[in-house]
Write a protein that binds this ligand. Structure first.
Ligand SMILES: Cc1ncc(COP(=O)(O)O)c(C=O)c1O
Length: 489
């Protein structure tokens, strides 16, 4: 090394080790003490100002920078790791997978594929996930950043597989006129519309089908829309089913959808971002019956397998369909038969990302350390906790269940006679914000048939039933406070 050659490695490895140990100690204390902290806390301006500083051109040092993080960043997350966080559908992470992420980041392998042990880890993880979800070894799959990306890939495979011309070459601009349509329910997550736009279909070709009282797709309306489209010269290519809708956790009748897809010769993709994982719970897998018949399914390990962000997954049943959609023959990535690039880049050939991180490690280590059964048990626990909450709501004189509880989502609101819909929206929105701002709990809100409701989506391995007793008590208290503030009593 000549005198002025530099590196980002520490000059003193001993000091870096000590700092690393301190970070691990601090994080473990932080995680162990979560229940004593507020579920959410607004970051004070002192902290945000300390974060948003001018670009530091000169070193501030490892220790000082870490102390800054500890003071200004660590205490103010969005709350999702807290035992009383049930907002949107997020996920909690685990201490062990956090450590695995540290190892993955330290090792920092390039996960396009390559001839390396980490690739064997990822292949093994994919085999396990296929087995856990009832897919054969011949099917394919990929870890993705999340559900949106996994669903996007599923839809891209459907498009490639269902076209009778070379879509990769001609796209929508070749000689073949292609008026392709895709079908899904009005409850489907926004990824579907975005993916239709991104994949060049145009979002008006996503046919939105009404739902019934259980928020499941109306299959009669679906069939008649497919027939109408065919009669008008469209080519229906894909049906997107839901296994756990974002609003209410509703599960479309997957058996029936599989029957329709087979009869119409269209691809059945299922968005099972969280719900598909109910398949892992022995006691509750019947709720997602039909999953074994779908062509592709997307789900998030960072939601209902509790792993830290990011970890999504797409599985595609038909052998080769995913690879033929994405594989590339770039000369600079050609396999050399031996050495680091001995074979094809297995993972980048199954999706659109080339550089990928080693997220497989946290999955591999977590499944080994906890055992796959544990995840099924926790998922079952969350479903039972939601039934418990629904029961508390039904027993309360002041709360009303606003949608059927199919899985792990409970939608409810505070009600009081004499209040109109505007007042009820005002009170329930107020309850939600006070729950969050007072650090009591973090549900989120949504609208069900135009009515504002509190929504609890439970993918939290830290929650215990007492948390729901507390939630119900607090919602009622806040409801009465807001009611009296309204002055209509
Ligand atoms: C049903 C459903 N689909 C898709 C997504 C998107 O997943 P991600 O946020 O991992 O991209 C979500 C996220 O909450 C979801 O609930």
């Amino acid at each position: 090394m000549i005198a002025n050659e530099q590196t980002l490695d520490p000059e003193n490895w001993g000091e870096m080790k000590l700092l690393g140990h301190k970070m691990v100690d601090d994080m473990m204390d932080y995680l162990a003490g979560l229940r004593e902290r507020p579920a959410w806390k607004q970051a004070p301006s002192d902290s945000t100002e300390a974060i948003r500083v001018a670009l530091p051109l000169e070193p501030e040092g490892f220790d000082a920078t870490y102390e800054n993080f500890k003071k200004n960043v660590l205490p103010y997350p969005n709350g999702n790791i807290h035992p009383r966080f049930w907002g949107w559908v997020q996920g909690t992470g685990t201490p062990y997978a956090m450590l695995a992420d540290m190892l993955a980041s330290g090792m920092n392998p390039h996960m396009a594929g390559f001839n390396q042990a980490p690739a064997v880890v990822e292949e093994t993880v994919m085999d396990w996930l296929k087995e856990m979800m009832g897919f054969s070894k011949e099917s394919s799959g990929l870890l993705t950043s999340g559900g949106t990306m996994a669903n996007l890939i599923g839809l891209a495979v459907a498009r490639h597989h269902q076209t009778n011309f070379d879509f990769r070459k001609d796209g929508f601009q070749g000689e073949t006129v292609s008026k392709m349509t895709v079908y899904t329910s009005s409850e489907t997550h926004k990824w579907a519309k975005e993916s239709m736009e991104l994949l060049g279909f145009g979002n008006k070709f996503l046919r939105i089908i009404e739902v019934d009282q259980k928020y499941q797709i109306n299959t009669d309306k679906l069939i008649s829309k497919i027939k109408e489209d065919r009669a008008n010269g469209f080519t229906p290519i894909c049906l997107i089913g839901n296994c756990g809708t974002v609003n209410t956790g509703a599960i479309d009748p997957l058996d029936k959808l599989a029957e329709i897809a087979a009869a119409e010769n269209i691809w059945l993709h299922v968005d099972g971002a969280f719900g598909a994982l109910a398949y892992l719970s022995k006691e509750h897998s019947h709720l997602v019956k039909g999953l074994e018949k779908v062509d592709s399914v997307a789900f998030d390990l960072h939601k209902w397998m509790y792993l830290p962000f990011e970890a999504g997954c797409i599985l595609v049943r038909k052998e080769g369909a995913q690879e033929s959609t994405f594989s590339s023959d770039a000369s600079y990535l050609k396999p050399s038969g031996r050495g680091v690039c001995a074979g094809p880049l297995k993972f980048s050939d199954l999706g659109i990302e080339l550089t990928r991180g080693f997220k497989a490690l946290k999955v591999w280590m977590s499944l080994k350390a906890h055992g796959a059964n544990k995840f099924g048990q926790l998922i079952g626990q969350n479903i039972e906790q939601c039934r418990y909450l629904a029961n508390l709501v039904e027993k309360s004189k002041h709360l009303q269940l606003m949608a059927p509880v199919s899985l792990n989502v409970v939608c409810f609101r505070f009600e009081k006679s004499g209040l109109d819909e505007k007042d009820l929206d005002y009170i329930n929105n107020g309850i939600l914000l006070r729950l969050q701002e007072q650090g009591i709990a973090v549900p989120s809100g949504t609208r069900i048939e135009g009515k504002f409701v509190l929504r609890v989506a439970n993918v939290n391995h830290r929650t215990i039933r007492d948390d729901f007793d507390f939630l119900v008590q607090q919602v009622e208290n806040l409801g009465f406070i807001l009611f009296s503030e309204l002055g209509k009593g």
